[in-house]
Design a protein around this ligand. Structure first.
Ligand SMILES: [Zn+2]
Length: 431
């Protein structure tokens, strides 16, 4: 498994100048390779590949002496980046997506360089990162580097901070013991996420505060004329606010995903890619959207590393389907409580969706134990075993039975048999 570690770099003023000029050389080379591919294709209907372009590097170096100030592997990586950009372009064409031809990089648009074979050209020793043709840069190792570093990327942020990213090969995973607890997670607008055990993660309020500040700064920027020094000056605070929002969001996502991975062995989440296709993407939603993607990505990475099972499910109908009996009804966003007309099951809208997500997740990994007594359903009080047909098939008449409940649930949805076993009230008739 490859894991990337990020560290802050503190180059001296002189080193910073060298790094900036190296990035500028890389940018020139990137644009040169891109132009080469474009013009050769127009002339011969054939474009040079990665290997052809790497072969031209020695000639380019003798022609343009300044390229010699950059390490050869970094230059080869530039050719690799162009190749990847074209691969992605052809893939998008093939899939019928918006193609997006690779673009020339403008000033300040090229902000990272990669050493692909550590320790060649880039070596880490104690609190020092030794970079070829730059020197020894101070690095803050705020956490130990795990495994064997393979690739190192040096990056300049939009606010002028420098970072080093090490991709390390990790031989052993930190597997957590299986506690058989299962959870479904529904992300929403009123709360950040709702869990199937009725807990919820509130929406962090600092997003809203930062958003206001961002709008203010952007308004100031838009008042300045394009190309004026005032406009450049106004751009700085905006980058800083974006950076701060990013830091806070990342920290929040790291902490919340860690809590969930530590507590639950089975995690079901909704597939945001499918969710995007269902819902219209409006601007107001995009900020929380980004926060969810990051949260899910980190949740996924942490779950894999801890040996947890994590499944993505199709979120269609999860908020419209009654999880106690499977009846489907229209649920406009304004309706915050789910009240089932068939079985009178009543719960919070997001909680119902989270339970459905958990059920779909469990169904997707099947086989599910037949007897509820044979398994520990953990904190969730739903048992998916007796649902006969998958909920995701629309308009299908479905037959449901009562099913035992292993944990306390609202008064109106449970019944008790002569053995004291509690049941959800569910309809056995077909509709
Ligand atoms: Zn129902």
């Amino acid at each position: 498994m490859l894991k990337t570690f990020q560290y802050r770099l503190y180059p001296t003023k002189h080193q910073e100048t060298i790094l900036n000029s190296q990035l500028e050389e890389c940018r020139w080379l990137y644009n040169h390779f891109l132009e080469e591919r474009k013009t050769t294709y127009e002339k011969t209907k054939k474009s040079p590949g990665l290997f052809d372009q790497c072969l031209t590097l020695p000639k380019l170096k003798s022609q343009w002496g300044s390229l010699k100030t950059v390490h050869s592997q970094v230059l080869q990586n530039v050719a690799m980046r162009i190749d990847l950009a074209f691969q992605a372009f052809f893939r998008r064409c093939k899939n019928g997506e918006k193609p997006g031809y690779p673009r020339f990089k403008g000033l300040d648009r090229y902000d990272s360089m990669t050493f692909t074979q550590i320790p060649v050209g880039c070596e880490i020793r104690d609190e020092i990162l030794k970079i070829s043709k730059v020197g020894n840069i101070k690095i803050i190792l705020h956490r130990p580097l795990e495994g064997k570093p393979k690739i190192c990327t040096i990056k300049r942020s939009s606010t002028g901070k420098w970072y080093a990213y090490f991709s390390c090969e990790i031989p052993t995973l930190n597997i957590l013991p299986n506690n058989k607890r299962k959870i479904g997670i529904d992300v929403g607008l009123t709360t950040f996420a709702t869990l199937s055990n009725e807990e919820s993660i509130p929406n962090p309020r600092f997003f809203r505060k930062d958003e206001k500040e961002l709008v203010k700064a952007q308004r100031k920027l838009s008042k300045e004329e394009k190309g004026t020094p005032e406009r450049i000056k106004r751009r700085k605070p905006i980058s800083r606010i974006h950076e701060r929002i990013g830091f806070r969001r990342k920290n929040f996502a790291h902490q919340e995903s860690r809590k969930i991975v530590n507590r639950f062995s089975f995690i079901a989440i909704e597939d945001l890619e499918i969710n995007r296709m269902i819902h219209n993407r409006c601007l107001a939603k995009s900020i929380s959207d980004a926060a969810w993607s990051l949260f899910f990505t980190l949740l996924f990475v942490k779950a894999v590393e801890a040996g947890r099972t994590i499944v993505k499910v199709n979120p269609s109908y999860t908020s419209q389907t009654c999880y106690a009996c499977g009846h489907r009804q229209k649920m406009p966003l304004s309706k915050r409580t789910f009240l089932c007309p068939c079985c009178k099951f009543e719960t919070d809208r997001d909680h119902n969706a989270a339970c459905n997500i958990l059920r779909l997740g469990l169904q997707s990994v099947g086989p599910i134990p037949k007897s509820p007594q044979s398994s520990d359903w953990g904190s969730s009080h739903m048992n998916p075993t007796l649902i006969q047909t998958p909920i995701s098939q629309p308009n299908m008449p479905e037959r449901y039975q009562t099913f035992p409940c292993t944990s306390p649930c609202p008064e109106n949805i449970r019944a008790q048999d002569q053995h004291g076993q509690r049941y959800h009230l569910a309809s056995t008739t077909q509709w």
